[in-house]
Every structure is written in C-alpha cells, then in structure tokens.
Design a protein around this ligand. Structure first.
Ligand SMILES: *Cc1c(COP(=O)(O)O)cnc(C)c1O
Length: 236
C-alpha cells in the first residue's frame, strides 16, 4: 500500500528532517499536525494507517460529523477561531486548542472543562504582525493571559501559536516566526512557567518555521492535497 498520501507524507518528513538538520535541532523536536479540514474520515484513516495520530480541524460543525467516524486513538486539535457558543462542544471533541486568543476564552474553557470533567492543552494565539484582519491577542496581552492561566487547573497553556501574513515567499514569514519565539522566551523567563510549544508553519512555510523553533507544524494541503470544495473554510 503505497498511496499518494504515503508519498506526500514521506516528502513532508524529508523536508522536516532537512530543516531540523539545517537548524541543528533533533528530528523528534518537531511534530506534524495533519490538518484534515475539508477532507473526510477516509482520508484521516488513511493518514492514521500511515502513522499519523494528531489531526487538526478548524470548524466545529465539520469536526462533530467527522471525529465520531474516525476510529483508533487519534488526538484531535482545534486550530480555528473558537466562538463562545461552541466552547462546550470543543471541550468534548478536542484535547488541544491551538488558537486561544483571550483571557476570557481561557476562563470559559476552564469552566467547561470542569463541568465536562476534561483536561485541555492550549496555545495562546498571538498576532505578531499587527495585521488588523487577524485573530489573536497582541503581544502585550500575553502576560495578562498567563496570569489568568495560572489560575486554571484543567486548561494548561503549553506555548504560543501564530499565523503570519500570507506571502508568496516563505522567507517573508521568518520575522514573524522569530518574533513569536522571542516573545515566548521572554514570557517564559518573566513568568517562570515553561512554554515549550511553538505552533507555527503551514504547508508552504514550515521549513522556515522549524528553523525558527516550531515544535508543531500544521500541514494540510501538502499532505491531503487541495482542500475539497463545497466545504467552507473560515479559519484563515
Ligand atoms: C488550514 C490551516 C492550516 C493548514 O494550511 P495548509 O496551507 O493547507 O497547510 C494550518 N493552520 C491553520 C490555522 C489553518 O486554518
């Protein structure tokens, strides 16, 4: 069984290894999050058979259909913008939320995790470019979010996440990845709380993200092919 997906996965693994080598990082210091949005359970099961266990979705409506149809011990990550009326369902469906963008959402997640008897890992989404169209907190808001996080027992802030401005040349994303890492380093030092995860890099720029310290790369198109039409994508 050497399908198209397996070949694409081998290509991605190769690119990840090269980037780690170039950056002097251990190959196992970066994990691949397979972004399965718009692709069906069949694609997820094929990726799972190829050895992947972490899957990313950006819409609750889509995830609530798909996740129950996928068997095996998969870990589901929510990578989209989470609306307050979907927080309970997100807590039930996911174990990692990559884009928490306010202290208020942290508190909301903590409360619903208590009610649902769940635990959750999260990253704080930071808008390091200052683009007005983007979700994410400002870098200056991170300390307040970490103070809120200190009072959370079921929700654990593991690090930071960003989506840089769309650019043709992946190198243009470098300053934003570097800024996120610098912010993480400062916040870690100031708060004394470990923030090991940096969720950054997508299909076209994950090598650059790895060179700048990414620990999670979120890869959709390079792995599953073009997004399937007729499934709206409101994440980016
Ligand atoms: C869709 C999406 C990705 C994956 O994008 P590709 O370019 O297809 O790899 C990564 N991160 C987020 C937040 C997304 O919404």
């Amino acid at each position: 069984m050497s399908g198209e997906l397996e070949q694409r996965l081998a290509g991605i693994r190769g690119r990840m290894e090269q980037a780690c080598l170039k950056a002097g990082r251990a190959a196992d210091s970066v994990r691949l999050l397979a972004v399965s949005k718009t692709h069906g359970p069949d694609a997820v099961m094929e990726a799972s058979a190829a050895g992947l266990a972490d899957f990313g979705e950006s819409r609750i409506q889509e995830a609530r259909q798909k996740i129950p149809q996928c068997s095996g011990s998969l870990r589901w990550h929510f990578i989209g913008h989470l609306q307050s009326n979907k927080v309970r369902e997100a807590v039930r469906l996911f174990e990692f939320i990559h884009a928490v963008d306010s202290p208020r959402l942290l508190e909301h997640l903590e409360r619903l995790c208590q009610e649902e008897g769940r635990r959750l890992s999260v990253c704080l989404e930071v808008n390091v470019s200052g683009e007005r169209s983007k979700f994410g907190m400002q870098p200056g808001d991170v300390p307040a979010a970490l103070r809120t996080a200190a009072g959370c027992f079921r929700v654990k802030v593991e690090g930071l996440m960003t989506i840089p401005p769309i650019a043709e040349d992946p190198a243009e994303a470098r300053p934003f990845f570097r800024a996120l890492r610098g912010l993480r380093d400062r916040m870690q030092e100031e708060s004394g709380v470990p923030l090991p995860e940096l969720s950054m890099g997508m299909s076209h720029d994950f090598e650059v993200a790895i060179e700048e310290g990414a620990t999670w790369v979120r890869v959709g198109t390079s792995l599953f092919g073009p997004r399937r039409k007729g499934v709206p994508d409101e994440a980016v």
